[in-house]
Every structure is written in structure tokens, then in C-alpha cells.
Design a protein around this ligand. Structure first.
Ligand code: 3HC
Length: 674
């Protein structure tokens, strides 16, 4: 096999070049090649300095994640980096694209770092439940100080070349299109300078106040995750002992994380997210339709949020409402949201104006005639949606994609109200639509492959992760959600309290439990149709005006800041309802709550999979993590079920008389996983 690493001589400079598409991951062959290249440069007396650069779209984007969990092949990345640093000839990293994780660590082992202006460097290992395990936690604080090291390792977002330059992580920024020539010139300039700057020989200054402030500021973000604290401990270790001691701590912490379930779950998500973009029967090279102008129907919370995604990506939006005041309110909300982000420093006011300049508000549906994609985001009523799609059919240009943001209605029925069902698709955004990362793409029976491919590809530029769902009630996400709401309410009748059920869910890592979610959505949804009906606890609460957060009363009482507290009145209502139904009250264990609310979701997931409504189990995980805040560190419901053991899930369901999905039963019996 040919090595992904080659060397080129430029007189007295040796350039080591990696060509390992797509992202120059530091797999075994790359590490071996790097080691050989450095040895060659060091051994050759005519070489004065060594440059490391990469072909293709990026500098090394990190260790090869596909190698994790398999036996390590020598040399380890830490060994290669130590060898680079130990070289008695200067080694210069030539950085373009993203130098991430192990790639960033390679640069830190180099004596000098030179980058193009667009380059970014960072250590995102924490997002894989890990830490920079090849010296990063020790070299970053030694070069750039503790505060930046904490941010880079424990939060994991890459920083710009400019910021890296200011922090000393980069020595020089050169021309965007002349990296190699400029780095060779730089290498020649510094070739004879001694002593060589070695990060491991620097000292990092302890900063306990910065550490405490950092922990406090990020406590919410880090809740439940193991890796951030491990990163912090390693950075602290860089200030208390020798480099070798720090590396020992880093290794121990790294191995602990690598062997744990959280990292396995987070690595699963990394690949799941990328896999979700692939559609089994639609080739990746399917020609996409051009989307230059988007129309959004409805300027309410959903329509406004959806519009923001496109405006932020620089795509013009025409937003339509039926009444001027609703239109004005919608536009004002969009502006307010952008203004707030600008105040938080996310972007400048100029940028706000630029984005608002791309928005065309109108009361005329006819103004959508030139749009390449129209997304309907009005309330959930099949007749009204069909009417709107019928009109769009008459108005929109041929080839325009007509999408509905419905969260559960039949997309095929909506499509049938047009003469072009092949152009109709579901684009289900999650609230708040400008924030939540999930886009459930609903593929109708007649949706054309290029329409599906276009919408899937559009997800990335608008900052979404797209998952394909078939047409079924509630699609993937809401269909599974319904499986936890029903038993949760049943358990109230049997003796559980709302706060007990919710606490099991938030303790598990969900942002909120079933009753907190109901209060947020509104308990009066569906109730207004027949306010005399009191058939459930929910109806009884709605009948008393306890409509949820908006009324400061629902399953909980709320103060002005919307902080919930358990409600004595709700206990009375539940007790009363239970007595009327002639049911006994008993103690419900937390374990039972898990078995009756979380296991049924997995069960439904198995049905969705079996019916082909989801392409793969990992797609279901992506839906729940990005659409509903399922804890990332469990890997999503299906991955979590694997770690619980499918036989245990089956036993839990059977214990409560819940019918087990055939696929789940088969897999459990065969000892398989999803
Ligand atoms: N290892 C193996 N495969 C990787 C990889 C890696 N580090 N990074 C990306 N890939 C693969 C992806 O799975 C994808 O494969 P596919 O085409 O088969 O789906 C392909 O490369 C392209 O990736 P993206 O679709 O993500 O491409 P983008 O251009 O959108 O993004 C990127 C490029 C910013 C580099 C992004 O891929 C990324 O963030 N990669 C991971 C970076 C990372 O986490 N590095 C740390 C690794 S752990 C480590 O280094 C440990 C060390 O400290 C010891």
C-alpha cells in the first residue's frame, strides 16, 4: 500500500506532505509516514528545517476516530509529536482548513506554526466525550495560558487564525493562496535560530480563580458530561507539576474517558449525524435544484424562526401573512431576535441590517411566484393546508419545491391537493426553529429523488442536521413522544406525582419531563374544541384555567420568572379524578417510570424502523438528540437501549403488559443490538 505521506525537497528545506482524504485524519499509516519523514529530515545533514503540510481541503482534522476502540497500531500520536518536538532542526506546521484535535496537537509539537487567514485551530475532543490525548492539555496552557486552554479543551470550539496569533498559538499568518511558498521562506528565515521554542519546556501559570469562574459560567452546559471536568483537571495539572507529570495525568484521564460509555455514545453520534445525510436509494451525486429564493407562509413563531435560518445563511426570504398586524409582529420578532444576538456579540448590527434586508414581508401569496422553495408554516389543519397547497400549485413556478412544516399530518394527502406531488415534501422544523438543530425531512410516496436530495443538502448551510422520515402519524420524533406522554399520565392516576415523573426524566438528562413539556406547549391545546368535556386530568386542569406556563398554572404553579413549583391544587385534582375513577393509589418507583415512559419510546422506535419509516436506528438517535434534547452522552434512545441491553428493555415492557415490537423482540432474542 502506498503511504499517504510523501516528502519533497526544496533545497535545504524538507516538506512532509500528507494526502489522506477527506480530512487528513491521523490514522496509523499517516503516523508512520510522519515518523519516517521526521527521521529523514533529521538524518539528512543538508536539510536545515522541516515543514509539515497537508494536501486537500484541510490540515489534519484529528486522530482517525474509526480507529478508536481497536488495538492501537504503533507509533502512537503522542510519540510522533514528541519526536517532532525533539527534532534538533526546526519543524514548522503549515496550516490551512481546520487543524483539529490531534491535528492541533501536531502543530503544538512543531516549533513554529504558520497559517492562512481562513484557518482554524481547535481541540474538539470534548465533543466526542474525550480530551486532547496527545499532549494538547499540557501544551496549550503552556503556550496560551490557562483561560484559553480551558475554553479550547473543555468547550471545544475552534478559534480563528487571528485569535490563535494573538494567543501565541500561531507565529505568523501568510497569504491565503501562497501557504507553501510562504512557509518555506519562513522556515529558511528561522532555520538557524536556537534554542528552538519547545512548548513542553515552557511553564504554565496556575490560575485558580479563572478555573472556578470557568466552571461556574459553564455549569449548565457541562451538566451530566464527564469529559469537560476531565479536560479541566488536565489543564490544572499543567500548572502543578512537570510536563511529564502532566502527560501522565492526561493519559490516565484519556484512557478513563475512552473506556467509558459517554465517549462511545458521543462518537456514535458523530458518525450517526453524518450517516443521516445519506439516503439509501438516492445517490450522493443526484443533481440538486437551485435554491436562491425561499418563501415562508406564516409569520408566527415557527414561520419567523424558519425564515431566520435562511436569512442567516444569506438566502432571501419572502414571508407571507394574512393580516398586516400579524405580519408586522412576525417581522418585529425576527428583528428583536437578531438584535439580541448582536447584543450578545454574536454578530454586528451591520450584519443584522444585512439579514433584515434579505426579508420581504407581504400579504400576497402571489408574491411567491419566483421562489425556488416555499415552506408552509401555518396551523395544523389538513383542510386549510390543502387549500394553501392548491393555491401554491397555481402560483409557483415549475420546479419549485413545495414544503410543509407539518409535525404530524399526512404529507401524501397534502401533496395530492396539487398537480405536482413530486415537488412536495415535509420540512418539519423544531421549536424554536432558529435554534433547534433538527430538520425532519418527510419523504412523500411521490416526492422526487432530486427534491429530497436538494432539501437534505440545504440543511447544512442553514445549520441543521437533517433526517429522513417516511409518512406516518407524528413522523419519527412526535410518534415516539406520544408513547411517553400517555403512560406518564396513566401513572398520575395510579399515584405518581408530576414532579416525580419529570424528575426521573431530567435526572436522566432530558431538558424537561413530560409534564413540564405539556405546560410549555399549553394544556388547552385541543381542549377548546369542547370545553365541557372533562375526560382526563389534563381536561380537568384546562377546565380550571390551568393552561400551563402562559397562565402561570398547569401541572405546576409558576412564578413571574416561570420557575415551576409543585402545586397542591394539582394534587387535589388528581386525587379527586382518581377517586371518581375508583382507582387505588400506590407508590410508583423511579424504575417503573423509566420502564413505562422511556422503554415504550424505544419500542416505538423499533416499529418505526421495521416499517421503514426511519432508514436506520442511528437516524432515530439523531432525531431525539437534536430535536428534543435527549442527552447526548447516552447516544440517543436506540443506542441507549443497546447499552441497557435489549433483553432488559423487553423484560421491562413485558412486566407492564406493553406489547413488544416484533423487531425489538427478535433482536433481543438473537442477542443483537440496533
Ligand atoms: N476521523 C475519521 N473520520 C473523520 C474524521 C476523523 N477525525 N473527521 C471527519 N471524518 C470523516 C467523516 O466521518 C466524513 O465521512 P463520510 O464522508 O464517510 O461521512 C468525512 O470525514 C467528511 O467529514 P464531514 O462531513 O464532517 O466534513 P466537513 O467538511 O463538514 O467537516 C471537519 C470537516 C470540520 C474536519 C469535521 O469532519 C470534523 O469536525 N471532524 C472531527 C474533528 C475531531 O473531532 N477531531 C478530533 C478527533 S479525536 C483526537 O484527535 C484525539 C487526539 O487528541 C488523540
Amino acid at each position: 500500500m502506498t503511504s499517504p505521506i510523501r516528502t519533497e525537497r526544496h533545497d535545504d528545506i524538507l516538506v512532509i506532505i500528507s494526502n489522506n482524504p477527506p480530512v487528513n485524519a491521523l490514522g496509523a499509516a499517516v503516523r508512520q509516514g510522519l515518523e519516517a519523514g521526521i527521521k529523514q529530515g533529521v538524518a539528512d545533514a543538508s536539510i536545515k528545517a522541516i515543514v509539515i503540510r497537508c494536501d486537500g481541503r484541510t490540515f489534519f482534522a484529528g486522530a482517525d476516530i474509526t480507529e478508536f476502540g481497536k488495538p492501537m497500531q504503533e507509533p502512537g500520536l503522542g510519540t510522533v509529536i514528541d519526536m517532532i518536538e525533539a527534532s534538533d532542526k526546526p519543524v514548522v506546521a503549515a496550516i490551512h482548513g481546520t487543524a483539529l484535535g490531534g491535528g492541533c496537537e501536531v502543530t503544538l509539537g512543531c516549533h513554529y506554526r504558520v497559517a492562512v487567514p481562513s484557518a482554524k485551530i481547535g481541540t474538539p475532543e470534548v465533543k466526542l466525550g474525550l480530551l486532547p490525548g496527545a499532549g494538547g492539555t499540557q501544551r496549550i496552557p503552556r503556550i496560551a495560558g490557562v483561560p484559553l486552554a480551558l475554553e479550547m479543551t473543555a468547550i471545544g470550539n475552534p478559534i480563528s487564525a487571528k485569535r490563535a496569533l494573538d494567543a501565541g498559538l500561531i507565529d505568523k499568518i501568510v497569504g491565503e493562496d501562497s501557504l507553501e511558498a510562504d512557509v518555506i521562506a519562513f522556515a529558511r528565515e528561522i532555520a538557524s535560530q536556537r534554542p528552538l521554542p519547545r512548548a513542553s519546556e515552557k511553564t504554565a501559570t496556575a490560575d485558580p480563580e479563572a478555573v472556578e469562574a470557568f466552571k461556574t459560567a459553564n455549569a449548565r452546559k457541562f451538566k451530566g458530561f464527564d469529559a469537560p471536568a476531565a479536560n479541566i483537571r488536565c489543564v490544572e495539572a499543567s500548572t502543578t507539576g512537570s510536563f511529564a507529570d502532566g502527560i501522565k495525568t492526561e493519559r490516565e484521564e484519556f484512557m478513563k474517558l475512552m473506556g467509558g460509555t459517554q465517549s462511545a455514545a458521543q462518537r456514535h453520534l458523530f458518525f450517526a449525524e453524518r450517516q443521516a445525510a445519506k439516503i439509501d436509494d438516492v445517490p450522493a451525486d443526484t443533481k440538486k435544484r437551485d435554491i436562491k429564493q425561499v418563501g415562508v407562509i406564516g409569520a408566527g413563531t415557527m414561520g419567523g424562526g424558519i425564515s431566520m435560518n435562511f436569512l442567516s445563511a444569506g438566502i432571501p426570504v419572502t414571508i407571507v401573512e394574512t393580516a398586516q398586524d400579524a405580519l408586522d409582529r412576525g417581522v418585529a420578532t425576527i428583528r428583536k431576535n437578531y438584535d439580541n444576538s448582536a447584543k450578545k456579540g454574536r454578530f454586528t448590527m451591520d450584519k443584522v441590517e444585512q439579514m433584515m434586508g434579505l426579508l420581504t414581508p407581504t400579504l400576497r401569496l402571489d408574491d411567491l411566484k419566483d421562489c425556488d422553495l416555499v415552506i408552509e408554516a401555518i396551523y395544523e389543519n389538513m383542510d386549510v393546508k390543502k387549500e394553501v397547497f392548491g393555491k401554491l400549485d397555481a402560483i409557483c413556478k415549475p420546479g419549485a419545491i413545495l414544503a410543509s412544516n407539518t409535525s404530524y399530518l399526512n404529507v401524501d394527502e397534502i401533496a395530492a391537493s396539487t398537480t405536482r406531488p413530486q415537488d412536495v415534501i415535509g420540512m418539519h422544523f423544531f421549536s424554536p426553529a432558529n435554534v433547534m438543530k433538527l430538520l425532519e425531512v418527510v419523504r412523500g410516496a411521490k416526492t422526487a429523488p432530486d427534491v429530497l436530495a436538494t432539501v437534505m443538502a440545504l440543511a447544512k448551510p442553514i445549520g441543521k442536521v437533517a433526517v429522513v422520515s417516511g409518512v406516518c402519524d407524528g413522523f419519527i420524533g412526535n410518534r415516539m413522544l406520544s408513547q411517553r406522554q400517555r403512560p406518564a399520565t396513566e401513572m398520575l392516576m395510579e399515584g405518581a406525582r408530576p414532579e416525580q415523573v419529570d424528575a426521573v426524566h431530567t435526572g436522566f438528562g432530558m431538558p424537561m419531563g413530560p409534564f413540564q413539556m405539556s405546560d410549555l406547549a399549553g394544556l388547552d391545546i385541543g381542549w377548546h374544541r369542547d370545553p365541557t368535556r372533562i375526560e382526563s386530568i389534563r381536561d380537568a386542569l384546562a377546565a380550571e384555567g390551568r393552561w400551563g406556563q402562559k397562565k402561570q398554572a398547569g401541572f405546576y404553579d409558576y412564578d413571574e420568572k416561570r420557575t415551576p413549583s409543585p402545586s397542591p391544587r394539582v394534587v387535589e385534582i388528581i386525587d379527586d379524578f382518581r377517586a371518581k375513577a375508583g382507582k387505588d393509589k400506590r407508590d410508583i418507583s423511579d424504575e417503573e417510570i423509566v420502564e413505562r415512559t422511556l422503554y415504550p419510546m424505544v419500542n416505538e422506535g423499533a416499529k418505526i424502523l421495521d416499517e421503514g419509516m426511519a432508514q436506520r436506528a442511528s437516524d432515530i438517535d439523531v432525531v431525539w438528540i437534536y430535536g428534543y434534547g435527549w442527552p447526548v452522552y447516552t447516544g440517543g434512545p436506540m443506542f441507549w437501549a443497546n447499552s441497557v441491553g435489549l433483553d432488559n428493555v423487553v423484560a421491562g415492557l413485558e412486566k407492564h403488559g406493553i406489547e413488544v415490537a416484533p423487531l425489538l423482540k427478535r433482536k433481543a432474542a438473537a442477542g443483537e443490538t440496533f
